[in-house]
Design a protein around this ligand. Structure first.
Ligand code: 5GP
Length: 198
């Protein structure tokens, strides 16, 4: 099962992701490749695979990405071989990717459950980013401009979850994941005999 989760920065995605991973032991977070420098406390191979722009471009040429995108002036991408080997190991994957990446995954016909987390308002998003305090003013403006742009992509998603209250948002996303386990694509994997019944 592939769960695609997007949402502008500051919407509460990281908190939601930690909670969801804690509740679903068979679900792992996709580890992307990025040209963004590591933040304090980030670990190579756990948070991201940190690579140079040249290495990233070589991967694009080799068609190594399921999707990739420019996000906040850096490149981010999901490696096809990482996804395939993780699925072969019997794990479900939670993808934290932006709206451009979701567009590409959908164009490539990737099955999955596509969820978009929406802030209650743009003012609320700005104040959450302010409180986080990890961004300088330029980065903050870029992230807010990007958020407005990203929100125009809401129609691509199967589910829209408003993060007004973090506990409710986590509960809503858990319900969606539980429903996705029963989607035709997933359920049929457990019911191969059904395919023989015309
Ligand atoms: P951050 O720099 O805060 O770790 O991530 C910034 C944004 O990049 C996040 O909103 C996340 O959704 C997006 N992102 C992370 N990895 C990928 C990826 O592999 N592909 C795409 N398209 N977006 C990604």
């Amino acid at each position: 099962m592939r769960i695609f989760l997007s949402g502008p920065s500051g919407v509460g995605k990281s908190t939601i992701i930690s909670a969801i991973l804690g509740k679903n032991r068979d679900l792992v977070l996709s580890i992307s490749y990025t040209t963004r420098p590591p933040r304090r406390m980030e670990i190579e191979g756990k948070d991201y695979f940190f690579i140079t722009r040249q290495q990233f471009e070589e991967m694009i040429e080799k068609d190594a990405f399921l999707e990739w995108a420019h996000v906040h002036n850096h490149l981010y991408g999901t490696s096809i071989s990482w996804v395939e080997s993780t699925e072969l190991a019997g794990k479900h994957i939670l993808f934290d990717i932006d709206v451009q990446g979701v567009g590409q995954a959908q164009e490539k016909g990737s099955p999955g459950c596509y969820i978009f987390i929406i802030p209650p308002s743009m003012d609320e998003l700005r104040s959450r980013l302010d409180k986080r305090g990890t961004e300088d003013e330029f980065t903050m403006k870029t992230r807010l401009d990007n958020a407005r742009q990203e929100l125009t992509a809401w129609k691509r998603y199967d589910f829209l979850v408003v993060n007004d209250n973090i506990e409710t948002a986590i509960k809503d996303i858990q319900s969606i994941i539980d429903a996705c386990r029963c989607s035709k694509t997933e359920a049929i994997k457990r019911l191969p005999w059904l395919l023989k019944i015309a």
